[in-house]
Design a protein around this ligand. Structure first.
Ligand SMILES: Cc1ncc(COP(=O)(O)O)c(C=O)c1O
Length: 387
């Protein structure tokens, strides 16, 4: 990227497969504009629903082997729709404490009671389900956006069955990245190989591995029809441009057939983790679960590579100022990595959120590692905050 005239190597984007600049997708969008114009002009249920939207919804449903998929303009709006459309006063949403902000907002806006369970703690989720009343919905990220770890999806599916609850998995960071044909975390864990159960609703965003923009909700025909009829963030907003759906149809093809890209991405992930081990960065376990009780928080010199096998590879720093200083040092060395601080993550759990892409070369990962090594050694020399 060029930032203020300086070339920076970036490790911040969610463009995991490197598709955002893919020429075939750009051409699909240009052809879509030539055929359909620039804007949809109205909401889907008025006259904003065009053939490419319809084709994309069918293609997404076919890819995920579900009855129906519904397109949204953003992932934030898709999440508002799922929770607000299916839940209301008297119902209970049971949510992982580290869920993405859009899921938290969705639960709060729905009017349902919100019970949060400790991060990835299935026993705690069960306790909350036992306390719940009305319709129950378990709400979780598939891959956690700021932590890179994966929800205990098999156990949550069992809980959903046992308690007759909806299970909503926002796999914004899993789709395209792993699973058969890029079908995401549930597929990667072998949980949908013999079909997708009716209680399971998947949310995917298209601005990440797909490299375009927008989102979808996929599941059984009945809840999807309810969303189409009732969800306010579907009804009361202009449909995404049809040309964007043309672009996403192109990227869905590349996602489906993207095994080589996925292999390349996973090779970068392994490389990054083993290189950090080589330069002496410890690997921290379970830090995200209870950040404030982590022994690392007690030691301001400490930092750790968080446990993640996904392209989200956060380096736990703890203190916000120190995270900022480290990010600045990396930037001085030509590397852009964001310092993620509260309120995006809990207080005391600031981190450098490194994201890797199939578009990165192994040399570029080495550049990052060497910049990290120098920035970290300077950090130790300067004392806690490297002022
Ligand atoms: C887990 C998760 N869900 C939803 C969203 C929102 O998606 P969008 O950017 O399309 O609104 C994001 C990030 O953008 C995310 O990380």
């Amino acid at each position: 990227m060029q930032v203020d005239g300086r070339a920076l190597l970036t490790f911040c984007s969610n463009d995991y497969l490197g598709l955002a600049h893919h020429p075939e997708i750009a051409v699909a969008m240009q052809e879509g504009i030539a055929r359909w114009g620039v804007g949809a002009g109205a909401a889907h249920l008025v006259n904003g629903h065009f053939s490419p939207h319809d084709q994309l919804e069918h293609a997404l449903a076919d890819w995920l082997q579900v009855e129906r998929a519904l397109l949204f303009s953003t992932g934030y709006m898709a999440n508002l729709a799922v929770v607000g459309g299916l839940m209301g006063r008297g119902d209970t949403v049971i949510a992982d404490r580290l869920n993405h902000a859009s899921l938290v907002d969705a639960a709060q806006l729905s009017g349902a009671k919100l019970l949060r369970y400790r991060h990835t703690d299935v026993a705690d989720a069960r306790r909350q389900l036992e306390r719940a009343s009305g319709t129950r919905m378990i709400l979780t990220d598939g891959v956690f956006s700021m932590d890179g770890d994966v929800a205990p999806l098999a156990a949550l599916m069992s809980l959903a069955e046992e308690f007759d609850a909806w299970l909503v998995v926002d796999d914004a960071h899993g789709f395209g990245v792993w699973g058969e044909a890029g079908r995401g975390s549930l597929s990667a864990l072998g949980l949908v190989s013999s079909g997708v159960p009716a209680y399971l609703i998947q949310v995917g965003t298209l601005g990440k591995a797909f490299g375009t923009a927008g989102a979808f909700v996929a599941g059984a025909a009945q809840p999807i029809e309810v969303l189409l009829q009732r969800a306010r963030s579907y009804l009361f907003t202009t449909a995404q441009p049809p040309a964007l759906a043309c672009a996403t149809l192109g990227s869905l093809d590349l996602v489906r057939t993207g095994d080589a890209r996925r292999a390349n991405l996973m090779a970068r992930v392994s490389q990054f983790r083993s290189e950090l081990e080589r330069i002496g960065v410890p690997q921290g376990g379970g830090l995200a679960a209870e950040p404030m009780s982590s022994p690392l928080v007690q030691d301001p010199h400490s930092l750790a590579l968080m446990p993640s096998m996904t392209p989200i590879q956060p380096i736990w720093v703890g203190d916000s100022l120190r995270a900022l200083v480290l990010a600045q040092r990396l930037e001085q060395r030509g590397i852009l990595v964001p310092a993620i601080r509260p309120p995006t993550v809990p207080v005391g759990s600031a981190r450098l959120r490194v994201t890797l892409s199939a578009g990165h070369s192994s040399e570029q990962v080495m550049q990052l590692v060497s910049a990290l090594q120098t920035s970290l050694s300077q950090d130790v020399l300067d004392g806690h905050h490297g002022a």
